[in-house]
Ligand binder design. Structure first.
Ligand code: SF4
Length: 221
């Protein structure tokens, strides 16, 4: 409707979930009921919200520069909206195992949100109202109701201010390691239980870090 088109040319959300799952096959079909449940709950919570959609999976780029070199930084935003009154918000959706204050504070120093703060200020100036979290707690029991919460991501002004410098030094450090010809198997690793096995599970590279080359398949020697 916002684009002046007839919305009836698309399926309603619940039907769209089914149609897409049919296209994708069995691995999607098994989740149709749960996803429809989550979508219905979402509509109950937020179906009356009226915002102007400025972008969906919109990509933004900025550059960081140091001693004559520049590096690109790109971020994709789930959703960018203009709220009634004109405030522009970048909205990021997070499915979480448990929704509480700690869940929210986890994102305060997340580079993704620091970059959103920089990109939003550059793109929309004073109209930028910050990054918002759209949190959905996936219930542990089948059929239970998902919890939902939308709120502004906690602010971290000092971290935002120093973000570009942090990125630059990280890039510069990486370039230095590259130039030194370090064996990639010895590339500095995080090796931290919070990072290697975080809220999204075990890092895909964990076996490579734990076992080295014997865990590698289809990789050059
Ligand atoms: S397991 Fe993953 S996060 Fe941890 S050090 Fe290895 S590559 Fe980095």
């Amino acid at each position: 409707m916002q684009e002046g088109e007839d919305p009836s040319q698309w399926w309603e959300p619940l039907r769209a979930v089914e149609e897409r799952a049919v296209t994708e096959g069995a691995s999607w079909l098994r989740y149709v009921t749960e996803v429809q449940h989550a979508v219905s709950e979402y509509l109950l919570h937020y179906g009356e919200q009226r915002v102007e959609v400025l972008g969906v999976e919109a990509t933004y780029a900025m550059e960081v520069a140091w001693t004559g070199r520049t590096w690109p930084v790109t971020r994709s935003a789930d959703l960018v909206v203009r709220a009634p009154g004109g405030a522009v918000r970048i909205v990021d959706h997070k499915f979480v195992g448990r929704l509480n204050d700690r869940t929210v504070s986890r994102y305060r120093l997340d580079g993704q949100f620091l970059d959103y703060a920089l990109i939003g200020a550059r793109e929309w100036g004073a109209a930028f109202d910050g990054a918002f979290l759209n949190l959905i707690e996936w219930p542990s029991k089948a059929g239970a109701t998902p919890k939902m919460k939308q709120l502004q991501a906690p602010s971290a002004p000092a971290a935002v201010e120093s973000r570009k410098a942090q990125l630059v030094y990280t890039h510069a450090q990486r370039s230095k390691i590259e130039r030194a010809g370090v064996d990639l198997w010895n590339y500095p690793k995080r090796l931290n239980e919070q990072v290697c096995n975080g809220p999204y599970g075990l890092c895909a590279g964990a076996d490579l870090c734990a076992w080295g080359k014997v865990a590698a398949t289809n990789l050059p020697d």
